[in-house]
Design a protein around this ligand. Structure first.
Ligand code: PEP
Ligand code: MN
Length: 388
């Protein structure tokens, strides 16, 4: 095939669309107009949840009937019994017709879409603050619970000494990592099940509830056998399979904020746990990454009032990881109480310079006791109750 004639349509080969040859000798080949590929139209995020508000006089059978209808419509029903009335959050459908069906049922006052991206965690869904109580520990509902203890469980003597000291100072739960998420694979990784057994022994003696970290979905059952509260660490906040596994556990959950996570991501992570049926979720602000290097992380205390305006879940402050510096921890404990935190999580070690992990941010038992005394005064001033 020779040179194409002027105006001749060229097709085939690398020119499937058919370009045109324009001009004579030395003319240019003008490529055909090819419209930009159509990007698939992105549908707006569906409103995957609605709240069914029952009226004050709704009978328990009405509530059951609505929950059953929600399930029959292919949605999941989360029944929340408030002091004033019952509401049912129905998640998993965007169907307008479903809303109408539910609105027509006996005992139903109204049906509204939940506008926040997180649903069960939202204040729209439940306007009363949630208090989580596990044994000796209460977090929320006007009580500021205190979880204290070493970063890691290191030995029987170390965890027993820590447990006795934090209890004497007013802590209501014992913390201690048995499975440690360490930045370096060469750093101490924790005593694992041996550590869990030591924590359970410390509970036996002191009566303190146990809070300890779980790092993988396959360990959830094992950790829940010994612990009262499953801690999900900052590095695992978006480990969705772990969140789901904790959501199916009967143990309560303390979810730490990822060090670079937004508030919506934090609340959506909590939603993973809640949506699997575990209602006992506590949020923990532990500081975020910033340009700043004088502290280990930057601790935003404004997280407390911010979350209180968006979720009914209680908010715990961890000033130990939030600062990384022991001398900065007591003032941040006081400040956290002043801004109405529902709980504190503090690292306390009988011998910080020789701690296996996080020694520089760990308080001595004496420093912790002194900080707790001041927290008590601050709590009184703001109308919070420290401890149980
Ligand atoms: C801890 O509590 O010891 C811990 C590892 O915390 P974070 O996940 O917040 O770093
Ligand atoms: Mn630590």
């Amino acid at each position: 095939m020779g040179r194409p004639a002027v105006g001749e349509t060229v097709t085939g080969g690398a020119n499937p669309g058919g370009g045109r040859f324009v001009g004579g000798t030395g003319g240019r080949y003008r490529p055909p107009f090819v419209p930009a590929p159509q990007t698939p139209r992105v549908r707006p995020e569906p409103d995957l949840a609605m709240i069914v508000v029952l009226n004050r006089s709704a009978a328990p059978e009405d509530v059951d009937a609505v929950a059953a209808r929600v399930a029959a419509l292919g949605m999941t029903a989360h029944v929340i019994n408030g002091t004033e009335r019952t509401v049912i959050a129905a998640t998993g459908s965007e169907d307008e017709a479903h809303r109408e069906t539910l609105a027509s049922m006996r005992g139903v006052e109204s049906v509204m879409p939940i506008l926040a991206p997180y649903k069960v965690a939202s204040l729209e869904m439940k306007s009363e603050p949630t208090a989580v109580t596990v044994g000796s520990l209460t977090i929320g509902g006007g009580v500021c619970g205190v979880i204290a203890g070493p970063c890691s469980v290191e030995s029987e003597e170390q965890i027993m000494q820590s447990a006795r000291a934090v209890k004497a100072a007013g802590a209501t739960a014992l913390r201690g990592g048995a499975f440690k998420p360490r930045t370096s694979p060469y750093a101490f990784q924790g005593m694992k099940e041996e550590g869990l057994k030591l924590l359970a022994a410390a509970r036996e003696e002191t009566g303190l509830a146990i809070v300890t970290e779980v790092m993988t979905p396959t360990d959830v059952e094992l950790v829940a056998e010994y612990a009262d509260v499953l801690q999900i660490g900052a590095r695992n906040m978006q480990n969705y399979r772990l969140l789901e596994a904790c959501g199916e556990s009967p143990a309560a959950v303390l979810l730490k904020r990822g060090m670079s996570s937004t508030m919506d991501e934090f609340l959506l992570a909590a939603e993973y746990v809640l949506s699997r049926g575990n209602e006992r979720v506590m949020l923990c602000e532990r500081g975020v990454r910033t340009f700043e290097s004088h502290t280990r992380f930057t601790l935003p205390l404004a997280t407390v009032p911010y979350l209180h305006a968006r979720t009914h879940l209680p908010v715990v402050i961890d000033p130990s990881h939030g600062t990384g510096v022991a001398s900065l921890v007591p003032p941040m404990m006081h400040a956290a109480v002043a801004c109405l935190a529902d709980g504190l999580m503090v690292e306390v070690h009988p011998d910080p310079p020789n701690a296996a992990s996080d020694g520089p941010q760990s308080l001595t038992p004496d420093a912790f006791a002194a900080a707790m005394t001041t927290c008590g005064k601050v709590a009184e001033a703001v109308g919070l109750k420290m401890g149980s």
